[in-house]
Design a protein around this ligand. Structure first.
Ligand code: NAD
Length: 296
């Protein structure tokens, strides 16, 4: 029997990831803010815990899949927190997308308590989480990464150790910059071509054959053309991720002008109630600037 693993944060990503770990033979002890999610997983054989501390008391390795930095800090710290229950030699594997700066701070506090930290954010979305095909970019020591690797193998297909603690989060921030700016560029192209009277479907086909080819057009092409903005990846989360990229740029003295513009576009969409839409709805921001809806 494989070792018992703690799992905290049973949302869109966390629940299917926890199930994949159990399917791979790991025994799980789980906690999440909503009790119903914990009970649902307990129905699938996981043990239910009442706090992060209880999780750490029952598992030497705990995975986190939480929304953002404040929730990771909240789960790690305090009397009922993970670090209060973790024994010397325990390991935390944070697979949430959070700030690299906050990651280094908590990892230092964890190290002082004898607890290792690996930041291992993912890309591949809810489909990758369900199918166990996530891309995992991990930061941490060689030894800690080695300990986490069997878990990653149950969750993902591309598993890369990118550097020391915090490096995984920096790589993920870069990933989110490229995706947001690609969505924005594709949106501009679609609106421009459509206003000229050309069928926007044509531009996706033609551009896909050359240097402008990209995964956003491949995976989200239909969403743009049909104005189907069912998530997918929510604008709220992508806005959070660009905030992380911008704060990291500020910390390191790196200007990210196009990222700042894309972040403000997402902010505007949130202000008009589209935070829950898929990030491909950035198209509607560009459409409104041109007072033109593609395909219509
Ligand atoms: P989610 O909001 O669906 O899930 C988060 C879970 O954490 C929820 O179950 C919530 O109840 C729980 N939670 C929140 N605060 C808590 C606390 N203090 N203690 C215990 N549990 C708490 O989010 P998600 O879509 O699963 O995303 C999780 C992380 O993965 C985010 O950082 C996100 O940016 C990243 N991510 C998401 C996707 C995606 O496609 N959804 C893709 C890649 C990465």
């Amino acid at each position: 029997m494989a070792e018992r693993i703690g799992f905290i944060g049973l949302g869109v990503m966390g629940k299917p990831m926890a199930r994949n770990l159990m399917a791979a033979g790991f025994e799980l002890v789980a906690f999440s803010r909503t009790r119903a999610d914990v009970d649902e997983l307990a129905g699938d054989r996981a043990a239910a815990a009442g706090s992060p501390r209880e999780v750490a008391e029952q598992a030497a390795t705990t995975i986190l899949m939480l929304p953002d930095s404040p929730q990771v800090v909240d789960v790690a710290d305090g009397d009922d927190g993970l670090l209060a229950g973790a024994g010397d030699g325990a390991l935390v594997v944070d697979m949430s997308t959070i700030s690299p700066v906050v990651t280094r701070e908590i990892a230092e506090r964890a190290a002082a308590a004898g607890v290792g930290w690996v930041d291992a954010p993912v890309s591949g979305g809810d489909v990758g989480a369900r199918e166990g095909t996530l891309s995992i970019m991990a930061g941490g020591s060689e030894e800690d990464f080695g300990r986490a690797r069997p878990l990653f193998e149950a969750l993902g297909r591309t598993i890369v150790h990118v550097g020391p603690v915090g490096a995984g989060q920096v790589v993920k921030a870069c990933n989110q910059v490229v995706v947001a700016l690609t969505i924005e560029a594709v949106s501009e192209a679609l609106v421009l071509v459509s206003k000229e009277g050309v069928d926007p479907e044509v531009i996706i086909e033609v551009l896909s054959g050359g240097l402008a080819a990209n995964k956003v057009m491949e995976v989200r092409g239909r969403n743009f053309l049909e104005h189907d903005f069912t998530p997918g990846f929510r604008i709220d989360l992508h806005h959070k991720d660009l905030g992380i990229a911008l704060a990291t740029g500020r910390e390191y003295g790196v200007a990210l002008p196009a990222t700042a513009a894309a972040s403000e576009m997402l902010q505007a969409l949130r202000a008009r109630g589209q935070g829950g839409d898929d990030h491909s709805a950035l198209l509607t921001f560009v459409e409104d600037l041109a007072r033109h809806r593609i395909g219509g």
